[in-house]
Design a protein around this ligand. Structure first.
Ligand code: GDP
Length: 299
């Protein structure tokens, strides 16, 4: 059994490689829900939906949210009526979100996701990290703001002092999935807002310590491919580079993979964990994704 901890951009790219070499029944994905909230009347569980679309080959790989070949009639019509959506949601993607919103009237998030993943023909287990609502605020030089205000309205421009969120408890099966796994993979996701929310939940670190854990750096040198990970890492007191990421996971990490160009960091990382490898961690083509998945799983 393989369990993957995922956010909504970097790890789904790796997941495309993993799903080519691991039987779907042997794969569980535990997905970040920190940023889940209601937008334009629908419940948006962005990272979960990205994982669902990745596993069903529907993902829009241009932006890593929503479905490929979607239309935007509802979005355009809302604008014509004078309502500007914060998130630009496609029509098919909106249908999935409407269904989730309706299911949530009666069911927990994980039950709603189970129904949707089955409808999409996904045989792997997809678990939200929690069924509880997270409240996340970004403390910036321009004041406290919601994650979406920071990311979308302010385009991640303000300087960040802190990222604050409440504790939630794991969804059913999260701890068991980690404990029962032969290998847990932490993909190249934002350590502060995608992975830490999962590993800070009660019982998760303890379970990870009992399992073999591999992680891939979301940084090459001091750059990320996308998103505000650098600002968040610095705000939390970590270096914004592959060494800092390793420190976030130092309690339980067994194997860490950094980019070929980051060999200079090996000696520093070796003081934190013993096993570090260098590979190409730029995940553009399916061959690159499969290759990295094989390296991680030692195939
Ligand atoms: P979010 O939920 O959209 O923030 O997405 P994640 O947390 O899953 O992923 C964001 C991280 O993915 C960023 O820090 C990126 O640097 C990283 N990332 C994106 N593409 C790649 C890639 O091709 N390779 C690696 N190693 N990291 C990537």
């Amino acid at each position: 059994m393989i369990t993957v901890l995922s956010g909504g951009t970097g790890t789904p790219k790796l997941l495309q490689g993993i799903k080519k070499i691991v039987r779907p029944e042997d794969l569980t994905i535990i997905v970040n829900t920190l940023e889940n909230n209601y937008f334009s009347g629908v419940y948006v569980s962005a990272d979960v939906d990205t994982v669902l679309y990745t596993l069903s080959d529907l993902i829009n790989e241009e932006v890593w949210y929503g479905q490929k070949n979607d239309t935007f009639n509802t979005y355009d019509t809302l604008r014509e009526l004078g309502y500007n959506e914060t998130l630009r949601i496609g029509d098919k993607d909106r249908a999935l979100k409407i269904q989730k919103t309706l299911l949530l009237e009666e069911l927990s998030l994980q039950e709603a996701i189970k129904i949707q993943k089955n409808a999409l023909g996904i045989k792997s287990e997809v678990l939200p990290m929690s069924n509880q609502q997270s409240n996340v605020e970004i403390d910036t030089t321009e004041g406290l703001m919601s994650f979406h205000e920071f990311l979308i309205t302010k385009q991640a421009q303000p300087e960040v002092n802190d990222v604050i969120y409440n504790e939630v408890t794991p969804a059913n099966g999260v701890i068991e999935a980690i404990e029962d796994s032969d290998h847990v993979i932490i993909g190249p996701s934002n350590p502060i807002t995608s992975i830490n929310p999962i590993i800070m939940m009660p019982g998760v670190k303890k379970a990870l310590k009992k399992t073999y854990v591999t992680s891939v750096s979301p940084f090459i040198g001091d750059s990320t491919f996308s998103g505000p990970a650098s600002k968040f890492m610095l705000a939390k007191g970590y270096e914004a580079d592959p060494v800092g990421v390793c420190r976030v996971y130092d309690d339980f990490l067994d194997h860490y993979i950094i980019n070929n160009s980051d060999k200079k960091h090996i000696s520093k990382i070796n003081k934190i964990i013993p096993k570090v490898s260098t590979e190409n961690i730029i995940l553009n083509t399916i061959d690159e994704k499969i290759h990295l998945a094989k390296v991680i799983l030692n195939i």
